[in-house]
Design a protein around this ligand. Structure first.
Ligand code: NAD
Ligand code: ZN
Length: 325
């Protein structure tokens, strides 16, 4: 036998900037020039967001002399599929996009994930720019490089890590978002508060009326703080080998709810329900994980922390609020 080793040590700087600010999207042509120059741009969006922002963006880029094309698919989680990924990739091939192109994902989390996966796989990978348009996408799905599609066996089971060159989050775009979608996005913000920042959690509780009324300072604070938290976690563990799993709080149960409801329950709603259930399960999981062989366990201590009923009626978030940061 002969063994020939291929010595490859990966050294790359995949760092990127997340630009947050009102009125940024109309300046995308100059942002692209600085952050992601390319010979041609495939703007990928869903049917709803394409009408609101995609078509306008295409006009602007074309007017600035860029070669750009808008590719769309029907809105909805049920379209986050291999078929959509294949259709978009085929359209790019038919339009002769080469290796020197870039993909611009304009939309909510579904667009972020599908367009990101197209970019990750097209001609073995082309640069990606994320332009999130839903609150959930701005504070969560556009950051961190997770891309992919749902399959009958479950959510997000096929995909790739593919970090964007830049993320452009313009809170003005949230003006057209329904309050139901806003609430769904806020579930991920609540998650960020629970896992990382008690003061932020308290702010969300205190200012929810201003956030729902889309007051610019309140919304901008949500986008900024959540992005900071997600970026910090991702920077510590890009490929989810450990710490990044903390971002999955509420998602094990949430994904099951989404799938069994055939995606009638929105991702954020499912995560909100999932956080309640996983939060309630946490004390017993903690007891189980502290069990030690030889008959000793610290069950008593854990119950002591929870109060006489064995379960904190205020829930984990409330406990967290009072715990040190
Ligand atoms: N990759 C990640 O790290 C990550 C993280 C969290 C969630 N996700 C994924 O994100 C998806 C959920 O994202 P979502 O809630 O944004 O869903 P979505 O993309 O389906 O958007 C929700 C709806 O809002 C519409 N919409 C988006 N922006 C709008 C705007 N500005 N104005 C009006 N309508 C607008 C869309 O057309 C869609 O109908 C799930 O598939 C989830 O798995 C991925
Ligand atoms: Zn999520």
């Amino acid at each position: 036998m002969v063994t020939i080793r291929v010595p490859l040590v990966e050294q790359r700087d995949a760092s990127y900037d997340i630009l947050i600010g009102s009125g940024l999207v109309p300046q995308l042509d100059t942002i692209l020039k600085q952050y992601c120059p390319a010979a041609a741009y495939a703007i990928i969006s869903d049917s709803q967001v394409a009408k609101l922002y995609g078509e306008d963006l295409l006009k602007r880029l074309s007017a600035s002399g860029y070669r750009a094309q808008l590719l769309t698919f029907p809105a909805g989680e049920w379209n986050k599929t291999r078929d959509t990924w294949a259709a978009l990739s085929d359209q790019m091939l038919a339009a002769h996009f080469g290796r020197d192109c870039a993909v611009i994902a304009v939309g909510g989390g579904v667009v972020n994930d599908v367009a990101g996966f197209v970019a990750a796989t097209y001609l073995r990978g082309v640069p990606l720019v994320q332009v999130p348009t839903s609150l959930l996408a701005m504070i969560d799905s556009s950051i961190g490089g997770k891309t992919g599609v749902d399959v009958p066996a479950g959510k997000n089971l096929l995909g790739a890590f593919h970090q964007p060159r830049v993320v452009v989050a313009d809170p003005e775009l949230l003006g057209s978002l329904s309050s139901v979608q806003l609430a769904a996005g806020l579930a991920e913000a609540v998650k960020h508060g629970v896992i990382a920042d008690a003061d932020y959690f308290a702010f969300l509780e205190r200012e929810y009326a201003a956030i729902f009324a889309k007051h610019a300072p309140a919304l901008e604070r949500v986008v900024r703080r959540s992005v900071e938290i997600k970026a910090e976690v991702v920077a510590q563990d890009e490929r989810e080998k450990g710490k990044r799993a903390i971002l999955n709080f509420g998602h094990t149960v949430g994904h099951a709810i989404e799938a069994t409801s055939k995606y009638e329950v929105m991702h954020g709603e499912a995560v909100a329900i999932g956080m309640v259930y996983e939060g309630r399960a946490a004390p017993s999981a903690r007891r189980t994980s502290r069990w030690q062989p030889g008959g000793r366990s610290d069950r008593g201590d854990a119950r002591g922390q929870e109060g006489p009923g064995g379960r904190d009626p205020a829930g984990p978030a409330a406990r967290h609020r009072h715990s040190p940061r």
